[in-house]
Design a binder for this molecule. Structure first.
Ligand code: GUN
Length: 293
């Protein structure tokens, strides 16, 4: 059997960002609008600093405006909520993103729910969660949306396919299950308590791996020809003592069995920010009653 086709999220995301950049330029020319994203970072977690910085850079590269707000780790919840209120009231800010995780003394749910639902470009607010599960218009979480774009580009119509989502987080597992259901898949959500996970995975035409456990899903759990989307990003020290990033899929085994697979890095990762920019553009259009393409 030949090796699986690699799903190139990096190139797909670059093309999507180009498209968003053109649409942003049109919006400025025809309606005088510049989509704006406010990114809030609390504390100094190194990974979060990198994520937020990349979001800001790509926002500006797409022709959007970016407002960064760095807040100290010991800020009170009410001070953080006051920052959110300020951005909610600012018409030039169309999207608000609060990087997670937040320090332990802040209840993330209170912060997420304080974001104006029309500016919730992460799609985490319960109104956007509800909109997604009931098929109403809302803002779709970025990583799940990125996975769906890659899947539909690889497979076309997903109707009738068996999709197994491994992981049930609010950020990835649950929303992607809703998107797969909306695309007419038969969806199984598996998790740490699932019995006989290898057998559950073996029935899948599509596996979405989002458990956060390095190389947990082995090659012999995969149905020959299945499409594999690996959302995991885990830093490991390998057999040779080198540090590197791996996904939740055992890639070297899976590539021998699967039909198509996303690499880590370069698969799902780059799609998340591209979809964040797309949501910011959509939010700007909706807030200003301008047609979204
Ligand atoms: N932390 C890890 N992933 C995300 C994400 O998609 N959005 C936000 N705001 N924080 C995160």
């Amino acid at each position: 059997m030949t090796d699986a086709r690699l799903i190139d999220g990096k190139t797909f995301a670059e093309k999507l960002r180009e498209k968003i950049k053109r649409r942003t330029a049109d919006l400025k020319a025809t309606d005088g609008l510049v989509p704006g994203l406010a990114a809030v970072l609390v504390g100094e977690d190194p990974a979060s600093q990198i994520y937020v910085r990349n979001k800001e850079i790509q926002c500006v590269e797409a022709g959007m405006s970016s407002v960064g707000r760095r807040l100290p780790a010991n800020i009170s919840e009410s001070e953080l909520l006051a920052t959110i209120m300020e951005f909610n009231a600012e018409p030039a800010v169309n999207g608000i993103l609060v990087q997670l995780p937040l320090p332990d003394h802040i209840i993330a749910k209170n912060v997420i729910e304080a974001i104006d639902v029309t500016k919730d470009v992460d799609g985490f607010n319960h109104l956007n969660v509800g909109a997604l599960s009931s098929g109403e218009e809302g803002l779709i979480p970025c990583t799940p949306r990125g996975c769906m774009l890659l899947l539909e580009d690889t497979l076309g119509d997903l109707t009738g396919m068996n999709a197994v989502v491994v992981g049930r987080s609010n950020i990835v597992g649950k929303p992607i299950a809703q998107l797969l259901l909306a695309a007419n898949c038969t969806v199984t959500i598996a998790h740490s308590q699932t019995q006989n996970l290898p057998d559950v995975c073996r029935k899948a035409d599509i596996i979405i791996a989002a458990v956060g456990r390095p190389r947990m899903i082995r090659g012999n759990w995969i149905k020959p020809g299945a499409t594999i989307i690996d959302v995991g990003i885990n830093r490991i020290t390998d057999e040779k003592g080198k540090t590197r990033l791996v996904g939740d899929i055992h890639f070297d085994e899976a590539i021998k069995v699967a039909g198509a697979i996303t690499p880590v890095p370069g698969g799902v990762g780059p799609m998340t920010i591209a979809c964040l920019l797309e949501n910011t553009l959509i939010a700007c259009c909706r807030q200003n009653d301008v047609e979204e393409e």
